[in-house]
Write a protein that binds this ligand. Structure first.
Ligand code: DER
Length: 234
């Protein structure tokens, strides 16, 4: 499909332009686009010696099933480059992430990297966060606090959410449980004028572990187009 083709060309270009044989530690994000990044890494023999750091159980599987060297962020707290997907990206390279409920480990691994690179298909390009991705900003919360966080989201922020929803699992009864044993609340605000400020406000609410707003972090973003070309934002 055009979307899969877009994911692939973006991922391949990002790997080819950002990972070299002299890198020692690379962070691997989560989701479906990053699968193509690992596919490209596996095609390049000179990248096989590098240690790869996961951002989720899914990401860990990608690394181990590819036969790549798996490392932990505890062993390698300094990362050369982290490559990850995104749910929506604005022209300042602010992003909504967490569609796959992995944003806590993704944030740790992205922040530990000297260079953070995002890859996506054309659907993720946005003029303002909250206009293309309308499922809500993913917020990872400690389970016992999810109700009080929900209340705080609806009463203590400078902007009111249009909805706040506890993310329910599809093939498991009850809520989605993250790799860290937590819940996810999706809060939709409509177009977000100041994603950085909103992210900071939400992060301060008691019970919140991490917010899926990755602002002022990425150095470059690759978007695969339907015609197989790649649009690069930096
Ligand atoms: O959940 C996440 O943060 C993923 O990186 C997600 O944002 C991208 O998933 P996709 O590559 O399957 O669109």
């Amino acid at each position: 499909s055009a979307v899969e083709k877009g994911k692939k060309v973006a991922a391949y270009r990002a790997v080819d332009e950002n990972i070299t044989a002299d890198h020692k530690v690379i962070g691997i994000g989560s989701g479906s686009t990053v699968v193509y990044a690992v596919e490209r890494i596996l095609q390049r023999k000179e990248l096989q010696h590098i240690v790869y750091i996961p951002t989720s159980f899914q990401s860990r599987l990608l690394i181990t099933e590819g036969g790549l060297t798996l490392g932990s962020i505890e062993q390698f707290p300094e990362i050369d480059v982290t490559i990850d997907g995104a749910d929506e990206v604005d022209s300042q390279l602010n992003a909504i992430k967490g569609g796959g409920a992995c944003q806590f480990q993704e944030m740790v691994v992205a922040k530990a990297a000297k260079k953070f690179v995002m890859i996506a298909d054309y659907r993720k390009k946005s003029k303002s966060l909250g206009t293309e991705w309308v499922k809500g900003v993913p917020i990872e919360v400690v389970p016992l606090a999810y109700k009080v966080v929900m209340q705080a989201l609806n009463s203590q922020l400078s902007v009111k959410p249009q909805f706040t929803k506890l993310r329910m699992a599809v093939q498991k009864a009850g809520p989605v449980v993250t790799d860290n044993g937590n819940f996810v609340i999706d809060a939709h605000f409509g177009p977000i004028a100041d994603p950085y400020k909103l992210g900071q406000e939400i992060k301060l609410l008691t019970g919140v572990l991490e917010v899926g707003l990755f602002c002022r972090m990425a150095e470059i973003a690759y978007f695969g187009e339907e015609d197989g070309s790649v649009d690069i934002w930096k």
